[in-house]
Ligand binder design. Structure first.
Ligand SMILES: *Cc1c(COP(=O)(O)O)cnc(C)c1O
Length: 228
């Protein structure tokens, strides 16, 4: 078995076990395979193992892979990196999801640039849950109004929330941040029923994120190996 194949099956096992031990249905958590900086061949290999959703952070790197793999049916591309407002067109035209939406200007541009021939662009609102000043994402108290603005724009669909928690080994702090995300998401769903996605958890903390209610985990290193 190749490295990607054995890594992938281990990650799928971890997901299943984490669902089981937190009393959640297997299949209630989806896997986003984060393929940033990794070659198209690795994505294709993972596709043939059954994976469909891939996450990318860098537009040039992603565009090359998206065109190289356009023969594969049912691939779903998620942009998960920071997005500058002069680069929105590439996301509007080539991606299925944007997971890092945190500015109205970006939302308006994406809404205008999303081609009529494509389905609505699915968006996750990024929350700065650790309230670190240098970090992307909106603050929790700004969510209701921001979600309303985004939901009013054509060609975008608010699918939920995403966060990158504080970079810490302190499990109690991480748990508090994941729990707060879950509470925010629950209240968002009361107003926006299409918001079915809570994206949190990476290679190092996927079990905790699932225990706290994640519906999507984003895994790079543990599938494709360390990045250079
Ligand atoms: C790189 C990245 C991931 C994946 O991280 P790993 O630790 O490699 O699993 C997840 N989410 C975002 C936003 C990332 O940039």
């Amino acid at each position: 078995m190749s490295i990607v194949a054995s890594n992938y099956s281990q990650v799928c096992d971890r997901l299943r076990r984490a669902c089981e031990s937190s009393g959640r249905e297997a299949g209630s958590v989806s896997l986003l395979a984060v393929s940033k900086t990794k070659p198209a061949e690795m994505v294709e290999e993972c596709y043939h193992l059954g994976q469909r959703a891939f996450g990318e952070n860098y537009l040039q790197d992603a565009s090359d892979k998206i065109s190289a793999l356009s023969h594969l049916r049912g691939l779903e591309w998620h942009f998960i990196g920071p997005l500058q407002s002069n680069k929105t067109r590439q996301v509007a035209e080539h991606f299925d999801w944007l997971e890092t939406l945190d500015r109205e200007k970006i939302a308006r541009r994406l809404s205008e640039q999303r081609p009529q021939s494509l389905p609505d662009l699915c968006v996750l609102i990024q929350i700065n849950i650790s309230r670190e000043p240098q970090k992307s994402g909106i603050l929790p108290e700004a969510l209701t109004e921001f979600a309303q603005t985004v939901a009013s724009l054509p060609r975008l669909k608010v699918r939920g929330l995403m966060c990158i928690p504080e970079d810490t080994d302190d499990e109690a702090r991480l748990r508090a941040q994941f729990n707060e995300m879950h509470a925010l998401w629950t209240s968002l769903r009361g107003i926006h029923p299409d918001a079915d996605t809570l994206s949190m958890g990476m290679s190092g903390d996927l079990e905790l994120a699932i225990e706290c209610g994640a519906t999507q985990v984003r895994i790079g290193t543990d599938i494709f190996g360390a990045r250079g």
